[in-house]
Design a binder for this molecule. Structure first.
Ligand code: CMP
Length: 140
């Protein structure tokens, strides 16, 4: 069981939340829950609907689209933001490659937070841009 202080430190290390103050981070800590995944567990299944955003606290996950590994995400990375921002089926599956600890946040809490704190949507845009760039580089 993590203390609020430990959760705040953890959230501070996540790019989306890096510019937020301690009070905001403590509020977010109360909205999130911790989930553990074992190696091989499917956290998100391509094509399903979902309204949870995930942050990797510890461990590694693979993003698998149409059976192909398209990315590997690790500590402090975020995933599940696409279906959260635009309620379409999940674009890929996400599978733990080892014992992985995740921080989970529901859509309503995330949307409310984005409305209250402009730093958060800016961080989300940055993440999306980075992934779009990586996808373009892979195509070149
Ligand atoms: P979502 O579509 O909600 O669920 C699957 C998630 O995998 C997706 O959100 C992204 O967070 C992540 N994802 C999909 N494609 C890629 C990619 N090419 N690189 C990194 N992450 C991805």
């Amino acid at each position: 069981m993590m203390t609020t202080v430990e959760m705040v430190l953890l959230l501070k290390g996540i790019e989306l939340f890096a510019d937020l103050g301690g009070e905001d981070l403590a509020a977010i800590a109360l909205m999130t829950r911790i989930e553990e995944a074992a190696a091989g567990d499917t956290i998100i299944r391509e094509g399903e609907l979902g309204d949870t955003l995930y942050f990797v606290v510890e461990g590694t996950v693979q993003v698998i689209k149409a059976g192909q590994v398209v990315a590997e995400l690790r500590e402090r990375d975020v995933f599940g933001e696409l279906a959260l921002l635009d309620p379409e089926p999940r674009s890929a599956s996400v599978v733990a490659t080892e014992e992985t600890t995740l921080l989970c946040l529901g859509r309503d809490d995330f949307v409310n937070m984005m409305a209250a704190r402009p730093e958060v949507p800016l961080g989300v845009i940055k993440t999306l841009v980075r992934r779009a760039r990586a996808a373009l580089d892979n195509r070149a």
